[in-house]
Design a protein around this ligand. Structure first.
Ligand code: ATP
Ligand code: MG
Length: 227
């Protein structure tokens, strides 16, 4: 018997309500990734890439009554309460284009946040510090995000996403806000993490970024197509 996919979505539909108007964005999207795989998700602006990532990470809910999301073979889209938070905080790690760091917290506090939420504050501090050190941020631990460059902020965000050792990294255009050189550095870092076994689903506009992935899919007309 073959192993269940690490992360799978089947027949996802997502419709946004804009006043009295229904805007269908996903119309039966399927997505599958295996353990250890790096999948890049391409698609034009507005095609629903972020929407798909939010549904995979349980940051938002698909239209009711159709399709779902499975993690290691278990249905997760309908999880509620603590089980939903556990999935969002521990099974997946999320990286956004605009970092989403909390401005009043230091680098170390930002990166530690998922551990605090999981009730593992002090126990996890060593692991998070070693991530920040590996990402070249050991001299920035007590700085605030506004004192950092864009590339440094994204490295903090990646450390935060990895703080609880998630099974999969969900990255939504992690290099989209960075210049080519800094974006390249972040991409090298992510490539290194993948070589160590991290499973990655990554949205990108950039074919050069997608070229690093094991597999590329494309969102077209609300569905996921192979490329
Ligand atoms: N919360 C929301 N309410 C209403 N409409 C939304 C909402 N979020 C997204 N949309 C709409 O859904 C469509 C898909 O948005 P989404 O952000 O998923 O696209 P995307 O592929 O990530 O685009 P980009 O490449 O510009 O980031 C867009 O038309 C967008 O305006
Ligand atoms: Mg987007």
């Amino acid at each position: 018997m073959s192993e269940a996919p690490l992360l799978q979505a089947r027949d996802l539909h997502k419709t946004y309500r804009m006043g009295r108007l229904d805007v269908p964005v996903l119309r039966g999207a399927d997505f599958t990734m295996r353990k250890g795989e790096w999948v890049a998700i391409l698609g034009s602006s507005g095609s629903g890439k972020s929407t798909l990532m939010h549904l995979l990470g349980l940051l938002d809910e698909p239209d009711r009554g159709r399709g779902g999301v499975w993690f290691e073979g278990q249905p997760v889209a309908g999880l509620r309460g603590g089980a939903r938070n556990h999935y969002r905080n521990r099974s997946v790690g999320f990286v956004f284009q605009f970092y989403h760091l909390l401005p009043e917290l230091t680098v170390l506090e930002n990166a530690m946040l998922p551990c605090r939420v999981a009730g593992a504050g002090r126990a996890a501090a060593g692991h998070v510090r070693s991530l920040l050190t590996a990402f070249g941020l050991d001299h920035r631990l007590h700085h605030r995000p506004r004192e950092l460059s864009g590339g440094e902020r994204q490295r903090v965000a990646i450390a935060r996403a990895l703080a609880n050792e998630p099974r999969v990294l969900l990255a939504d255009e992690p290099t989209g806000n960075l210049d080519a050189r800094t974006g390249g550095e972040i991409l090298d870092m992510i490539t290194g993490l993948h070589r160590q076994g991290l499973s990655i689903a990554m949205v990108t506009h950039d074919p050069a970024v997608a070229a690093r992935a094991d597999r590329v899919v494309q969102l077209v007309d609300g569905r996921v197509a192979d490329r």
